[in-house]
Each structure stands twice: as structure tokens, then as C-alpha cells.
Design a protein around this ligand. Sequence first.
Ligand SMILES: CC(C)(COP(=O)(O)OP(=O)(O)OC[C@H]1O[C@@H](n2cnc3c(N)ncnc32)[C@H](O)[C@@H]1OP(=O)(O)O)[C@@H](O)C(=O)NCCC(=O)NCCS
Length: 410
Amino acid sequence: MPITYRPITLDEFDEFDFAVMRGFSAHPESNPWFKDFARRSFEPEQSVIAFDGKQMVGTSSSLTFEISIPGANTLPVGGITEVTVSPTHRRRGILTEMMRRQLDAHHEREIPLAALWASESVIYGRYGYGMAVTHEHREIDLRHTSFTHGPDIRGQMRFLDKEDAQAVFSPILERAWLEYPAMIRRDNLAWEAAITDPDGLRSRAPALFYAVYEIDGVATGYVMYRIRHGVTAGDSTNSVQIHELVASDDEATAALWRFCFDIDLASTLTVGHGATTDDGLPWMLSDPRRLKRSSYDGLWLRLIDVPMALSARTYSEDASLVIRVEDSFCKWNEGNWRIDGGPKGAECASTNEQPDISMSAGDLASIYMGGSRPSELARAGRVIENSVGALGRADRMFITARKPWNLVDF
Ligand SMILES: CC(C)(COP(=O)(O)OP(=O)(O)OC[C@H]1O[C@@H](n2cnc3c(N)ncnc32)[C@H](O)[C@@H]1OP(=O)(O)O)[C@@H](O)C(=O)NCCC(=O)NCCS
């Protein structure tokens, strides 16, 4: 029987949820909070579901978000999620067909970008996605280093009850998010997911603490963290696990880190994508070698409408550049695109001029937010310099003041 594809309605959510959970090797009953949350965030008309007869054998959906892009601008983005194919139907092209239909539908609705978190980094390059954000898992041995450098810390930390956290934290993130390219705007539902910390999602870990940094009554930074307890031969070996650390200026960033270092009875501190990687942390430490870092890919990005995306961001240097884009999955992007841009804005249009540099749509997505430089990709043979000096110009144009960062999981 041929596989058919259609969106589903909310009435079919239970079957959808079961298929998604099974696709990820979990049972829906294992996490009722998450099921309820997924139902409330689900946009049924954006779903692309595969059926074998009446049986749901493939799932995918998209959430409508706003994402920050370089120049403190924003664009609409489709957050692709709940992508699974039943173990009974894998490697028959069902994912490829769902991706085809998702991207066509977004293009028709004039959504210029799609983004996703990939379960495996080998999957989405073939559909024109590129790694746009790189995060770090950081682990600090607190017994052998200390916080020694930072701007003057004039304010004060204060603990909050969970119920009060969103009201105090959200204006801080709202002030910070446009500084970082690739950050998905956190709406009320996403805040609920970040703060609720339900039992079923934390594998028996202790609950979160919520604390804010204030100066002259204004909250400029917050941290959410939990402590895993441990004792070894009578010594406390607690681990401070930072869930999220966000500040709207450098003083608050340093204040939050110092606060975390001052937590007694702890021997290690860990953090993942809940903190930006360009916060200067290694430079705050007496012994920076005690900070161990390993990087991993975060948000993957797809430019669905290349000229719309390239003209919406700003560029760090006033210049022009013609880019040849290869895009076999979204043919409408293929061609030579001329950017005339600078710090104040940009225009991008199709051109017959010879290209200065050439690359795939996925590689363009990887440099779009400023997370990787065109010259790095050129070293891997992924970007080709067609006219002398163009690579350096592209590096200078695409670079951003802050590294891309995204906090919203979906
Ligand atoms: C990942 C998944 C959705 C792929 O579905 P699928 O229908 O088997 O994929 P397709 O048959 O359309 O495969 C398309 C291509 O991707 C490749 N591919 C798909 N999944 C892959 C994987 N996990 N590892 C390596 N290659 C993979 C296929 O080999 C095929 O390659 P080709 O184009 O060279 O022939 C499915 O394996 C799955 O549900 N996995 C568990 C849940 C998951 O990880 N979902 C992704 C969430 S981000």
C-alpha cells in the first residue's frame, strides 16, 4: 500500500503523541506533563504525517517562532519538531518526503527560515540544513580554581520562589535576546517549559533553585541551577548544575558566575547550552585549565528564502559580494545572489555577475548567523573562493559581535 501524507487535527493528537514517543523509544505514559505541554504547543495545520493505510508511520510538525538575526533584527522561523518514522518503516524515504512537504509549505507561507535540534548530526545536511549554533558542555573543578577576575560587582543576589521566577526573568532575557543571533524568542509556553522543571523530565535530579542579580532595584541577570548531592570519604562532593544563566550586561554575567563559585560544599560545576560560550568565563578564573570544554551542535538552520534571509540581516563591513548558492533540495534558491550590505542594512538580489564565492545552501546557513567563518568552511573544501580576496571580505562581512546562542528547546 502506498504511503500517504496529510496534516492531522487535534482530535488525532493522542495517536500522534504515541507515535512520536515510540519513535524516540519512550512511552507516552512516562511523562504526563510533557504530553499535556506538547498538546498545548502543537499546531495541527503545520503537521506533515505519513500513513500506511490507517496506521501513522511518520510524524513531523512545525512551531511558529521568531528568531533573532545579526543586526538586532528578527525573522519568522518554522521550528521543525516531533520528527519520527516508525521502526517498522525506516529507510524507505518517508523522512525525505516529510521534509520535502514541510519546506514547500513554509515556502508557500513565505516563512524564510526553518530550524531544528537534530537527534543525530548526520541526518539534516542532505535537506540543506547547516549547523548554525555551537554550544559547549563546560565542567569546572571548583576545588582547584576560583573566581578572581571580573568587573566591579555592585549589586546583590536574591532567591526567588518558582512562581515568581518568570515575571522577573523574562524582561532580562527580553533585553538580552537580540544581542545574540539565532536565539528563538521565548513565549509564555516556552517559559513554562523552562521553569516548571517537572519530575518526569529530570531523571530524579533535585529541583531547581531560582536566583536573580539586582542593582539599584533593577534585575539584570538570573540563574537557575540544581545541586546533585554527593559525599566521598566524609567530604561533600556536590555538583552545581547550571540550567540557565542569562545576563543583560557584563557586570551581571560576572556576578552570576561568582555567585555559583561561592556555593559551599560543591566540588564541580557544570553547564551546557544554558549559558553563552562567549561570556569570558575562562578569563575570570585563577586556574583556567580547570575549566574543561567540549563543544556540540545546537540549532540547525535552513534558509528557505535565500534573498529574504540575506537582505534581512546586517553585515559588519560595508561591502558587496556575489554568492553562488547550490541548492538541489529547494531549487528556487539556486543561482548567483548579490549582497550590498553593511552595518545599517542590506539588499540582496539575483544577478548574472560572476560569483565571488560559491557554497551550498547548508553551508550558507552555517555562516548566516556568524557562528562559523566562510574561510573555515573553505579550509574544509565546502566554500570556494572564485575571486581573489573574496573570502576575507566574506569573513569580515558575516562576522557578528556575539556568538549565536539559543536557549529554547523544542
Ligand atoms: C531519523 C529518522 C526520522 C529517519 O527516517 P527515515 O524515513 O528512515 O529516513 P529516510 O528513509 O527518508 O532517509 C533519508 C536518508 O537519510 C539517511 N538517514 C536517515 N536516518 C539516518 C540516521 N539515523 N543515520 C544515518 N543516516 C540516516 C538514510 O540512509 C537516507 O540516505 P540517502 O538519502 O543517502 O538514501 C528515523 O530513523 C527515526 O525516527 N529515528 C529516531 C527518531 C529521531 O532521531 N528523529 C529525528 C529527530 S531530530
